[in-house]
Design a protein around this ligand. Sequence first.
Ligand SMILES: [Cu+2]
Length: 170
Amino acid sequence: MVKTVTRILPLAAAIGAALLLGAVAARADAGHGNGSVPFGKPGHAAQVDRTIELDVDGMSYSMEKLDVKAGETIRFVIRNESEIEHDFTIGDKATQKSHRAEMAEMMEHMGPGSATMEHDDPNAVFLEAGQTRELIWIFDKAGNFEFACNVPGHYEAGMHGPITVGDNDA
Ligand SMILES: [Cu+2]
C-alpha cells in the first residue's frame, strides 16, 4: 500500500509541473506583438459591430454557439444570474486548457472566492454571483475557437461552446 502511494505522488507532481509550464508558455505566446493572438484581440467601445447579451444560470450559458465574421467586434454583456462565481473566456483549445490549469492552481492556493481570482487577462472576465460584466473583442482572423468557463469543474460540466469565425469574403 505505502509503496503504491509513493509511486503515485511524484507522478502527480510531474503532471502539475507540466500543466504550469504549459500555462506559462501560453501566456508568453499571447504576449507577443500588440495583444493579438490567433483568436483575436481586445476591442474598443467605438468599434463595436454587435452586442451579444448572455446569461449564466446554474452551470450553463444562455448561448450555445457563436458565429461571427472575421473583422467583427463583439461586445459581450455577461450576466451571472447563478449563486456561484463563473468566468467567460474567449480562446482556442490550448488557451482554454492553460487558463483552466491556472485557475485550478489559484483555487488550490487561495481557496474559492479569493479576490486574486479577479485576474486581468484581456480575453476573460470573472463574474461573482449576481455580477454583470462586459468584454469587447475583435475576431480579426478566421478560425474555430471556443468560449468557456474555467472555474474548476465547470468546463467539464458543459460550460463551453464553439466560436466559428468565418472568412469575410466567403
Ligand atoms: Cu462556471
